[in-house]
Design a protein around this ligand. Sequence first.
Ligand code: HEC
Length: 102
Amino acid sequence: MKLLYAVAALAVVAISGPAFAGSAEDIIAKEKCNKCHTATTTKKAPSWASVAEKYKGNAAAPDKLFNELKNGGKIGDEDDHKKVVASDADIKAIVQIVLSSK
Ligand code: HEC
């Protein structure tokens, strides 16, 4: 019986684990976006707030940023941007964080 409980407990951990990992905030931290970006100050790269400002009122912005982050490739005149390796849902969530920064 004890073994059964142990197995059940393990199953719960296995199922609930991914729900905690992989939030957009975690991905931003894990992918070290903060090396070049911060929420409000311009370092090597524009702050999230300035990106949000740039795309304010642009209905196409979420799709555009989603594609840029998913596929990497050129953004503006700079070198190729880092690809974000994450699920589509997570990338969308990252875009939301960026576009809602101020
Ligand atoms: C090695 C430095 C570096 C890292 C790491 C980095 N970026 Fe960037 N990012 C840049 C630079 C530089 C630009 C500006 C390019 C330009 O505007 O020409 C940029 C631009 C952007 C933009 C604006 C795109 C646009 O169309 O204006 C977004 C959104 C963005 N990055 C998201 C991210 C996310 C999310 C991560 C982490 C997964 C990340 N970046 C990691 C350097 C970096």
